[in-house]
Design a protein around this ligand. Structure first.
Ligand code: SF4
Length: 270
């Protein structure tokens, strides 16, 4: 780990103080059996992990979850390096990493014609791969995801990430009867739509008031109020080497061929 300059340490301390002040709804981290961090490999997901560790969250309860958007099919959307980068981060921080995906990823869903949406698969702590879904009625997509904040039309986020996480939690018996915290790194500064996200709320998989298969699942966005510079301060504070996309000049890490990529970014990728 590189030495941290005093100025950077000061900025990081200020950022952590700001996070504590704004987190009036911050959950008691000790009250959760599992803390699941959605890890894209981008700076915001890493800032969430760092914040949890700095706040004294028990590392044995933290786990990283990375969604492979190409679903083990031909490389189409993702950066080839991202899964290995997430694995290196997990090893460096001493926390487990679990991959999850929709079979065939975004490419298969985009080209889907007269067949069901593919099943979801995820790695388990026991070292096996669990699979669910894929038995729905036939349907046809044959469309690119639209560039819009509407997740029904920008279907890539839900098909490859949000719904994959949902399926993993809903189909993992280890979360039944437990308290689980799902942590994601959306920030208000990123877009007006994200600015409207709640910082803390029940997760979409929560069934605490149900009569059967009860699980308590909260969703926390701990860095929702941070600006980009403050996020970088957190990473610098732990000597994290950023994903190669940042080193190439990209402002955010998501899919390499993200539908929001600019012409310059796509030219760089090419
Ligand atoms: S990163 Fe871009 S292409 Fe990938 S799922 Fe999100 S919006 Fe879609």
């Amino acid at each position: 780990m590189p030495r941290v300059a005093p100025k950077s340490q000061e900025r990081r301390a200020r950022t952590l103080a700001l996070l504590r002040n704004q987190s009036l709804v911050a959950p008691d981290l000790r009250s959760y059996d599992h803390i699941l961090v959605a890890c894209s490999g981008g700076k915001d997901s890493l800032a969430c992990l760092i914040y949890l560790i700095d706040e004294g969250a028990d590392p044995t309860r933290i786990e990283l979850h990375h969604h492979d958007v190409d679903g083990r099919g031909p490389p189409t959307f993702d950066w080839p390096i991202t899964a290995a980068y997430c694995r290196a981060i997990a090893e460096s921080f001493g926390v487990p990493l679990y991959l999850s995906w929709r079979d065939g990823g975004l490419r298969r869903e985009m080209l889907r014609e007269h067949e069901p949406t593919a099943r979801v698969a995820f790695e388990t702590p026991e070292g096996s791969i669990a699979t669910f879904g894929g038995r729905g009625g036939p349907g046809t997509r044959l469309r690119f995801p639209q560039v819009t904040a509407d997740l029904r039309l920008r279907w890539c986020s839900s098909v490859a990430k949000i719904d994959v996480m949902r399926s993993m939690v809903c189909n993992s018996p280890r979360f039944l009867g437990k308290r689980t915290l799902v942590v994601t790194g959306e920030r208000a500064e990123e877009s007006p739509a994200r600015a409207r996200y709640a910082t803390f709320e029940p997760h979409r998989t929560d069934t605490r008031c149900g009569t059967r298969r009860r699980r308590h699942v909260d969703h926390w966005r701990p860095i929702h109020g941070l600006e980009e510079g403050q996020v970088w301060d957190l990473l610098r504070g732990h000597g994290v080497v950023p994903h190669v996309a940042y080193q190439l000049g990209f402002g955010r890490v998501s899919c390499m061929h993200c539908i929001f990529a600019s012409p310059d970014q796509l030219a760089t990728v090419r």
